[in-house]
Design a protein around this ligand. Structure first.
Ligand code: PMP
Ligand code: G9A
Length: 400
């Protein structure tokens, strides 16, 4: 049967994630992969989670194996709220939290609830590829704001907002940002810019989606506060996840924001999956209570700082004449801007033949620019693989 005539209009805008495709290509081959944003499995608290999982099933079996409310297990949501408070993420009286299936589901719900065709989404440039892919089926127009070492250039954002017609301004549904240890850019927004961004949101009556998987294991002593904490008027919807600070496989994420906004997300979620895994929520709850999340964050900080340093050193050695790159204070990625005007996308297949994978940076730009950039993940490969892989990549790009 030819199914294409059956596919809905929105499927036209569905794109396979280049990251996921690359992961498939690299699988089972002798390839050093700087492609996927996978945590180092050494950070997974395997023994603790084995104990927790059996304790949960033995102790709370009837609840943990049962359906749960769409918003999530009540006890977990309460624990989450105080954990966030300890992490410096402000939960206001008017806020509510819903548990999502990874923060990726949060992005999909945002798309479903907020976007209509031709609405405007403002993102950083570059921005998280799978967020673009989550928003695209709703057919918005994208506006990309450049980043530099201080994060999103809020002056540029201000100029753009100033120059927009009233009608276009009313179509801006949200500004999507990853302010801390950005994916893929590896940069962190300064406090001045965070404040400026919120001022602009106030002035132009805009909503901000703060996607924050990385702030809990920043590995340099820098001062920053979540946009959610700085916000006074319910202008920030905060997306979080336990993927990088416990395990991505348990698929536990959450949304925190004004209850009037979050309740519509909850309604949309009902039709998507009824609720996120009850068992995973109980496991995450117990992991918080037993200090396993704190322990994992500490481990991630230590391991990723060392790996980042190895990658920065290797880049210094092998990429000095080839390009410039970001120096992340956290997260999992370094972003490279090559000096030469090359397209890293077709070159990626050749690099794979040389046994090294990266993500072509162009996929992260909403306006089709960024062809000469690449994203390098440093959390997954070993230190030895990082040294060897960057050497191979350096030789590869030198020969072009
Ligand atoms: N947002 C950003 C910026 C990410 O980097 C990721 C994971 N790479 C996600 C969201 C989704 O993560 P998860 O669904 O595992 O919580
Ligand atoms: O798709 C995945 O496996 C998550 C990784 C995200 C990223 O590489 O940014």
């Amino acid at each position: 049967m030819d199914y294409t005539r059956l596919f809905s209009h929105r499927t036209k805008y569905m794109r396979a994630s280049e990251i996921r495709e690359l992961l498939k290509l690299a699988e089972g081959k002798d390839v050093i992969s700087f492609a996927g944003g996978l945590p180092d499995p050494q950070t997974f608290p395997v023994d603790d989670l084995a104990k927790i999982a059996s304790y949960i099933i033995e102790t709370y079996g009837t609840q943990a194996l049962q359906y749960a409310p769409t918003a999530g297990v009540t006890l977990f949501r309460k624990t989450l709220a105080s954990w966030l408070d300890n992490q410096g993420v402000k939960v206001n009286d008017n806020d509510s939290i819903i548990v999502t299936t990874g923060s990726q589901q949060g992005l999909d719900l945002v798309s479903r609830v907020l976007l209509d065709k031709r609405d405007i989404v403002i993102t950083e440039k570059p921005t998280y590829l799978a967020a673009i892919n989550a928003f695209k089926p709703s057919e918005p127009r994208f506006i990309g704001i450049e980043i530099d070492d201080d994060g999103m250039k809020t002056d540029e954002l201000e100029e753009i907002l100033k120059s927009m017609s009233k009608e276009d301004l009313s179509k801006v549904k949200f500004i999507y940002t990853i302010p801390t240890s950005q994916n893929p850019g590896g940069v962190t927004m300064t406090m001045d810019r965070r404040k400026h961004l919120l001022e602009l949101a106030e002035k132009y009556d805009l909503l901000i989606i703060e996607d924050d998987p990385y702030s809990h294991f920043v590995f340099e002593p820098i001062e920053f506060q979540a946009l959610k904490t700085l916000d006074k008027n319910g202008r920030v919807l905060y997306l979080g996840t336990f993927s990088k600070i416990l395990s991505p496989g348990i698929r536990v994420g959450f949304m925190l924001g004004d209850k009037n906004l979050v309740s519509m997300m909850e309604m949309a979620k009902q039709a998507v999956d009824l609720h996120s895994s009850t068992l995973s929520q109980y496991v995450a709850l117990e992991a918080i209570k037993r200090g396993v999340v704190d322990k994992t964050m500490d481990k991630a900080r230590r391991i990723y700082r060392a790996k980042r340093d190895v990658m920065l050193e290797a880049l210094e050695e092998h990429f000095k004449d080839l390009g410039r790159w970001t120096r992340p204070v956290g997260g999992m990625f370094i972003f490279v801007y090559l000096y030469k005007d090359v397209d890293t996308k077709p070159l990626m297949y050749k690099a794979l033949e040389r046994g090294v994978a990266y993500v072509p940076g162009g996929s992260f730009f909403v306006d089709g620019t960024g062809r000469n950039t690449l994203r390098l993940n440093f959390s997954y490969p070993s230190q030895e693989q990082i040294r060897e892989g960057i050497k191979r990549l350096g030789e590869f790009f030198s020969a072009i």
